[in-house]
Design a protein around this ligand. Structure first.
Ligand code: FAD
Length: 480
């Protein structure tokens, strides 16, 4: 039966639409960091929504699971199959057409497999901005961005993918196509169904296309790298930056010494940004789309006042595009640098913006008390409360022994996150990595509602099963 279904799927997508040689399908079976390695019967690469729908109908008929996959940059095992091989991977990469761009309506409609950097480029060519911007933008796809509600460096000004989405086209678990590709800013006709699929990590349906919001293209962008005395000053500066620059603050990133030192040591082309080393920095970016606007003046005003008040102790405003790129390379080099410093236990959390400084102080003290010599590397989008709180092993410690304590340190950090009413996943999603842990941090009613939505849209559980929703969440429904 399974063989027959696979043959029929192959016929639907044609000779270039599938892979089954072990060496061809292996990259689709492995999560980037190698934390998860699964098995699949077939990698299916459709070219159109109709092909996706026909494939889903066949899978529904046979009860075969479907694992949607975009650029496979997610780091929580959401896009890779489980171990039993009774599934297909549905790779959206060949559905990579931009169907329409409407500069007058400030919208772009693209298929799920369009790479994020291509959407940005096409928007820019039309004098528009698609503001979603993140480290993986050269390989992640818009369908994956939608399915993980990606954020990135400009969330504080433009919002997450959720806020950037006006309409979706989705293939449902029974193979029907829902065309919700609307271009409206306002539509008060009941439930906002598209939002169910954003952030669902492929557990409710296959996103095949999206209509996204565009913005006026910035005419001027000014970037500063500032040194600050402590975490309280960082968040004080953030509040002042919002006030002084009005709506022009575009990015506000935290960088601290431990991460910077790792980047300086291991990543080519990174230099210490100021004349002397400091413990804490903020990368601040202001931009204006107005031809009469001035992004430099408010940033200079902010810097002057902050230096006088002691919120900032040193800093520089990028004098050229090359210097601006150099600042951003530091921010991006932290992740790479950390890889060479042994085991790293990761936390991708968010707390309310007003609690960022207190969270950092509490969490650093708690992990250092548990393991003297541990090296917390905190960095990220503190302007929207989303911090990467990674813990590098003590110098010279045994890597495996350190990584074996992953859960122990997760419990400490996530416990503090919960006290601040934060979230244990603010970027990569839940996938398999945080599926069970989520049950400790979400109210039973919320878990039950999620399970009910899943049951309603995918009653046979063929859409990316085993991801996001833990088995225990379905228990409340079992008696019915
Ligand atoms: C270097 C780096 C930097 C990053 N920085 C940020 C950041 O600053 N902010 C942030 O929020 N995130 C960040 N991320 C996470 C990033 O947002 C996700 O990795 C990305 O959005 C996933 O896109 P993808 O195409 O690779 O999806 P995949 O990894 O292939 O899939 C992700 C999930 O979506 C599902 N999926 C994929 N396509 C579809 C579809 N068409 N329909 C239904 N389900 C689908 C998959 O099944 C899986 O569950 C970063 C990741 C990396 C590697």
């Amino acid at each position: 039966m399974a063989e027959q279904i696979l043959d029929r799927i192959k016929q639907v997508v044609g000779p270039n639409g599938w892979l089954e040689q072990a060496s061809d399908i292996e990259p689709y079976e492995i999560e980037t960091r190698g934390l998860y390695r699964g098995k699949t019967a077939l990698v299916v690469r459709p070219r159109s929504t109709e092909e996706v729908a026909a494939v889903v109908r066949l899978c529904a008929e046979a009860g075969l699971s479907i694992v949607p996959q975009g650029g496979n940059t997610g780091l929580c095992g959401g896009g890779v199959p489980s171990g039993d091989g009774r599934n297909i991977v549905l790779a959206l990469g060949r559905m990579n057409k931009v169907r329409a761009i409407d500069p007058a309506n400030f919208t772009i409609t693209g298929e799920a497999g369009v790479v994020l950097a291509d959407i940005q480029r096409i928007a820019a060519e039309n004098d528009r901005l698609f503001p979603l911007s993140l480290g993986a933008e050269g390989s992640c796809q818009i369908g994956g961005n939608l399915s993980t509600n990606a954020g990135g460096v400009q969330v504080l000004r433009y919002g997450n993918t959720r806020e950037l989405t006006l309409g979706l086209e989705v293939v449902l678990a029974d193979g029907r196509i829902w065309n919700g590709l609307r271009t409206l800013r306002k539509d008060n006709t009941g439930y906002d169904l598209k939002q169910l699929f954003v952030g669902a990590e492929g557990t409710l349906g296959i996103i095949t296309a999206a209509t996204l919001r565009l913005f006026p293209k910035p005419r001027e962008t000014v970037t500063a790298l500032l040194a600050l005395p402590d975490f309280d000053a960082v968040m004080q500066l953030f509040a002042e930056a919002r006030a002084v620059t009005g709506d022009q603050l575009t990015a506000f990133e935290l960088i601290e010494r431990t991460g910077l030192d790792m980047a300086l040591k291991h990543v080519n082309g990174i230099t210490d940004p100021l004349n002397q080393p400091y413990e804490i920095y903020a990368l601040v970016e202001v931009s204006t789309a107005s031809p009469h606007g001035d992004a430099a003046a408010p940033l200079e005003e902010l810097l002057e006042a902050a230096l006088e008040a002691g919120t900032v102790v040193d800093g520089t405003i990028a004098a050229s595009a090359a210097q601006r790129d150099a600042f951003w390379r530091i921010r991006e080099g932290i992740v790479e640098g950390q890889r060479f410093e042994g085991g790293s236990i990761k936390h991708d959390i968010a707390v309310p913006v007003a609690s960022v400084a207190d969270f950092l102080k509490r969490a650093i003290a708690a992990v250092t008390e548990r393991q003297p010599g541990i090296r917390p590397v905190a960095f990220g989008h503190c302007g929207d409360g989303n911090i990467h709180f990674n813990l590098s092993q003590p110098v010279g410690a045994d890597k495996d022994a350190f990584l074996a304590r992953w859960e122990e340190f997760n419990n400490i950090v996530h416990g503090i996150v919960a006290e601040f009413n934060g979230t244990i996943s603010a970027e990569h999603g839940v996938g398999r990595l945080k599926r069970d842990e989520l049950t400790h941090y979400k109210a039973p009613l919320e878990l039950e509602l999620m399970a009910r939505v899943k049951k309603a849209l995918d009653p046979r559980d063929i859409m990316n099963p085993g991801k996001v929703i833990a088995e225990v969440a379905f228990n409340a429904l079992k008696a019915e």
